[in-house]
Design a protein around this ligand. Structure first.
Ligand SMILES: [Zn+2]
Length: 223
């Protein structure tokens, strides 16, 4: 039976960084994938204006088409300042998206990321998708986003994945989607460089007997 998948990302580009290959595989296998972006990804940057916002939006729509995502939702909350909002103001619009599309599977951020928006996205998901009777969400997975997941203080929860998705056939699609966000990518040896992200997928793959993989921590699995 085909599934409905929702990727909850703090910023557009996190969906590709965290699970671009997995999204492409879901779509290829007949599932319907949506993405929701909480913050605009731009407004915290000095001198950022409408032109930058439009450029970021164009990149997200381009990546959406490459991956086969049905629709992107943009909540437009303030970038890198989600912690200045009462959590309820993040949860409520997310709950609306969840009740509209009734996802079975969620992919979102790891709770131990350095980026505060990522941590709040995780918290908002766990609240918006709490396991009430009759709820649609059966599975919640958290992904790793380079330049955040690996950069936090060791006092935070480490990223210890228990789930690997074989994306050997989708690595080229992931690479194309990463390149749609060329303005967010950096030059090697930055951890958010395309060459490192491909190498990471190959490393994660080789650890599990695949040519390439994306790895996840399981936050909830109901069967
Ligand atoms: Zn992010």
């Amino acid at each position: 039976m085909s599934k409905v998948v929702l990727v909850v990302a703090a910023h557009s580009d996190d969906e590709v960084l965290g699970c671009g290959g997995t999204i492409a595989r879901h779509v290829d296998e007949g599932d319907t994938v949506y993405a929701v972006f909480l913050a605009d990804g731009i407004s915290s940057r000095e001198g950022a204006g409408v032109a930058e916002l439009n450029k970021r939006m164009e990149a997200s729509e381009h990546a959406r088409q490459i991956l086969g995502i049905t629709k992107n939702y943009y909540l437009g909350l303030p970038d890198n300042r989600l912690d200045t909002l009462p959590l309820i103001e993040v949860i409520q619009p997310l709950e609306q998206v969840v009740s509209e599309i009734k996802p079975h599977i969620i992919y979102t951020h790891h709770f131990g990321d350095l980026n505060v928006d990522h941590r709040i996205a995780h918290q908002a998901v766990m609240t918006a998708c709490r396991p009430l009777p009759g709820g649609s969400v059966r599975e919640i997975y958290t992904f790793q986003v380079m330049s955040s997941t690996e950069w936090n203080s060791p006092g935070y929860m480490p990223f210890l994945p228990q789930c690997a998705v074989d994306v050997s056939s989708y690595l080229e699609v992931k690479e194309a989607a990463l390149k749609a966000y060329e303005h967010e990518m950096r030059a090697y040896p930055h951890s958010r460089s395309v060459s490192h992200l491909i190498a990471l997928a190959q490393h994660n793959g080789a650890m599990h007997g695949f040519m390439a993989a994306e790895v996840f921590m399981i936050a909830r699995l109901l069967r």
